[in-house]
Design a binder for this molecule. Structure first.
Ligand code: R5P
Length: 296
C-alpha cells in the first residue's frame, strides 16, 4: 500500500503515511491559466494498492477534479486498487431530492469518481450516513468518527464533564459520542430550515445548562450561523462558558470571528479541512483504518 499525497491534504497524507509506515507518492499539480487542473504522479504505482488522501473542502470543484485525475492517473499507470480517503466529502449534504427539479449531487459526484477509477472510499463524519446508499454499488465504504478525538481535546484542556450540545436533533449522535468521553450531560437544540431561503430557526426548550461549561459539537461549521444561533440560546439559558468543536472547519468568510463575537471562547476543528483551528489531527484515525485494511 502506498499513499498518494493529494494537493489538498498533503500534510495530513504525510502524517498518516508516517504513522502507518507507508511509502508516499508525491504529486505535481498546477492550474492552467484558464482554470483547468493538472496532476502527475511522481513515482511508480505499478501493481500497488494506492490510497489517495485528498479532502474536498472549498474550492471543492477543483479539488474533486484533482481527486478524479489522481485516481485515473493511478489506474492508467498500473495501480491495482485505488482507495480514496476524503475526510470532508463535498456535496454530501445534497443526499436526496429536497425539491422538485434538483439532482442528488452526492450520487452524481461519487459515480463520476467511480468512473475515474476509485474502488473504495473512506470518509470522516459524513453529514448523513444515508449518503452511502448513493455511492456506486461496488464501492467498499467506511465512515470514521473523529468526535472522540475532539472530545479528548477538551478533557486534556481541563473541561471533563462539560455538557455536549448538538445544534440539531440530527447531530445528537455526535453529542452522545462526545458525552462518552467527556462524562457530562448531553442534549440538542431544535433547528428548522426553510428549504427555499436556507434560513434556519433554533430553539432550546427543556435544556438545562445553567452555570455549565458547554461544548457545541457539529460535523461542519460553514458560515458559522448554526453555532452563532446556538450560542445565543445558551447565553439566554445561563451557560457559564461556551466552546465549539467540529470535524470539518470549512469556516466560510469571517465565520470564526462571528462565532467568537457571539461569546464562544474557542473554535476547535480537525485537519480534515486545513485551517488554523485544526488543532486535532485525523492522521492517527486514518492510519489505524488503513492498517486494519492492510491486515484484513
Ligand atoms: C447541518 O445540518 C450541518 O450539520 C451543520 O450544522 C451546518 O452545515 C453548519 O452550517 P453553518 O455553519 O453555515 O450554519
Amino acid at each position: 500500500m502506498k499513499i498518494i499525497l493529494g494537493p489538498a491534504s498533503k500534510e495530513l497524507g504525510e502524517k498518516t503515511a508516517k504513522l502507518a509506515n507507508l511509502e508516499t507518492v508525491p504529486v505535481a499539480h498546477k492550474t492552467f491559466p484558464d482554470g483547468e487542473s493538472y496532476v502527475r504522479l511522481e513515482s511508480s504505482v505499478q501493481d500497488d494498492h494506492v490510497v489517495i488522501v485528498q479532502t474536498t473542502s472549498p474550492p471543492q470543484d477543483s479539488r474533486l477534479m484533482q481527486l478524479a485525475f489522481m485516481a485515473a492517473a493511478a489506474k492508467t499507470n498500473g495501480a491495482r486498487r485505488v482507495t480514496a480517503v476524503v475526510p470532508y466529502l463535498a456535496y454530501a449534504r445534497q443526499d436526496k431530492l429536497f425539491l422538485q427539479g434538483e439532482n442528488i449531487s452526492i450520487k452524481t459526484i461519487t459515480h463520476m469518481l467511480g468512473e475515474a477509477g476509485i474502488d473504495a472510499l473512506i470518509t470522516v463524519n459524513i453529514h448523513q450516513k444515508d449518503a452511502f446508499e448513493m455511492f456506486p454499488k461496488q464501492w467498499t465504504r467506511k465512515n470514521l468518527t473523529a468526535i472522540p478525538l475532539l472530545a479528548e481535546y477538551f478533557v486534556k484542556h481541563g473541561y471533563a464533564k462539560a455538557f455536549a450540545l448538538a445544534p440539531d436533533k440530527g447531530a445528537m449522535y455526535i453529542a452522545e459520542h462526545a458525552q462518552r468521553v467527556l462524562g457530562g450531560g448531553a442534549g440538542h437544540l431544535e433547528k428548522q430550515r426553510d428549504r427555499y431561503t436556507g434560513q434556519t430557526t433554533q430553539t432550546g426548550e427543556g435544556l438545562d445548562v445553567k452555570g455549565q461549561t458547554v461544548v457545541i459539537f457539529d460535523d461542519i461549521i460553514s458560515t458559522g450561523g448554526t453555532i452563532v444561533g446556538a450560542a445565543k440560546i445558551l447565553r439566554e439559558l445561563g451557560a457559564a462558558r461556551i466552546f465549539t468543536a467540529c470535524v470539518h472547519p470549512v469556516l466560510v468568510g469571517n465565520a470564526e470571528k462571528r462565532i467568537l463575537d457571539a461569546g464562544v471562547e474557542e473554535v476547535v476543528g480537525t485537519d480534515s479541512v486545513p485551517s488554523h483551528v485544526g488543532k486535532v489531527s485525523l492522521a492517527p484515525l486514518i492510519a489505524k483504518a488503513l492498517k486494519a485494511q492492510e491486515s484484513g
